[in-house]
Design a protein. Sequence first.
Length: 353
Amino acid sequence: MSLLSVEELQKRYPVGRSRLLHAVDGVSFEIGAGESLGLVGESGCGKSTLVRLITRLIDPSGGRIVFDGVDIGAIPAARFGRSPQRGEIQVVFQDPHDSLNPRFTAFEAIADPLRRIQKLRGQALRTRVETVAGEVGLPGELLSRYPHQLSGGQKARVNIGRALAVNPRLLILDEPTSALDVSVQAVILKLLDRLRRDHGIGYLFVSHDLNVVRLLCDRVLVMYLGKLAEVGEAGAVFEQPRHPYTQALISAIPSYDPDARRERLRLDGEPRSPIDPAPTVCRFHGRCFRGDQRCAEEAPVLRETDPGHWAACHYAGGEPRVVFSKADAGAEPVVAAPAPGVVADPGATRAGR
């Protein structure tokens, strides 16, 4: 049984008197115990809304969120904080500074969920905080410091320690390293990977950095305009992307190899409106270099193009347009001979920004 199962999840916001904004529209996926699942997509695609639904900060408009056999989506968000599942799902937020209470020391920040959820007090509380601080590499002498007295990497460790303190089974990582220096990012990512392997925690890793996703995640979800565009093993998605949007995202990964080719797949046009989208039109239609009349008349559904690899595209079964020239995540993608309508742009693309 999966640790987390999301089934046809929807979140719609009213716009005016009779219109609806489809922020999340029929999304389904699973996360197993100890699995790291990446979630990528451009800003506005619905990633943050999906995170807020899973953590029960907002109520869904439809669908189910099943955690360890319990439909937590049926628990109102206002009551979820008192449910047994509250401590088993934790979040590491994007900005390690803004997510810490400036009046709490590092000790108090880690101790707060232990007091609220596990009701620890006294020596048991202190022992647990010190143990967690040791696990995340935070020296004991820093526990008495306030956030403004800590470096970015130290604040990131406090955030991770606070989330781990109550022994969660699922950790939502909302771009946890984006506000850190590159050298600090590498250290924190290694820490997260080690903690997952040591404790068997499931991760939902949300990021714009595709290199990080490839290094840290077992599988990847690619989201576009409230729907899943592609799902698969990380290696398959990065080396043989089937959806044109995924291909454009991967072609935009920066390269540190001066000898690598710098071609990009450029997406013209703007994203379609998420307000009352036409149910018979592909969400990517108008920007897609493969799109034709069928895409304007028949919305594609997720279908399995290879074992364990799914894409929502009518033409996803052909050869991939983008492959990696090297196995490492920092390698430059090589763009194959483009099909009619594909524009190889030597400059930067809007895709993935």
